[in-house]
Write a protein that binds this ligand. Sequence first.
Ligand code: XMP
Length: 310
Amino acid sequence: MFEAREFVENALEEIMKTVGESRVISACSGGVDSTVATFLVHKAVGEHLIAVFIDDGLRREGEPEFVMRTLKSLGIRARLVDAKEEFFDVFRGKTDAEDKRKAFRDRFYKTFGKVSKEEKIEFVTQGTIKADVLETVQGIKSQHNVLEQIGINPEVYGYKILEPLRELFKPDVRKVARELGLPKEISERMPFPGPALSLRVLGEVTPEKVSIVRKATKIVEEETRELGTFQNLAVLHNDKATGIKNGKRVYGNIVTIRIVESEDAVTAKAAQIPYEILMGIAKRITGEIPSVVRCLYDVTDKPPATIEFE
Ligand code: XMP
């Protein structure tokens, strides 16, 4: 049985020993993993830590404000770095899922390299968990936050990495969040991937496409809030389909809705959602997003699919 209290005690001791008198930044995206990791390090080293939220232009609507507000309410010093342009730059011309993942990862670590020089820090904390490491090492996909485990030395980017949650799976991270007394909107938060909406735009990632999938994501999340499912998302396809808007033929966008049940994201089941909810989502997405003419529902489990599309 996993004992959250014991884990916290050991983690705090280990972080204090590793960090000593050094300064640390924490890559905090507002998800449960990175917020728990940030809070643990804050508890261990206090003012030696600055949490950093990178605004890569790929987050949910209102996310930068939510994350900065949450960190402030937890008493953690925080800094927002606007890196939207640099991130969209690296996606230019890239259509392959792994190329996009690797481009995101490289930009992510380089951005932290820049911030770590500015802040004169030695360590970057991140919320890597066991499932991220396993999937990357097994070659399923390159998680954005896994480096050392696949033989890349993070010091090439100019810092060392601190990963207090690397041995935990998601349910235990939530237990740690509750043990630490983090607000429910963090401890029970739906998982959201580090590379964010870039994984939900098939083909080249552009600000326009991200803005479409951001609106669709908001609608799916709003309409499924009460379901208690593991992860609810929307994906924008790279191809188009014929539809009718305002009585006229349009060749428009296709959005897939994906809602899954899972414990730890390692396996997942496509959720059996009441049809009225799906129809309601499709009506809102096609009604509120002018370019979308079609909504599909993904009924594939993981495996053989993965939760995200890319
Ligand atoms: P997949 O798509 O591999 O997703 O079935 C499993 C879980 O991990 C999330 N995910 C990621 N999280 N960096 C992350 O921090 C990533 O590169 C990444 N890829 C997938 C996904 O949202 C799901 O919860």
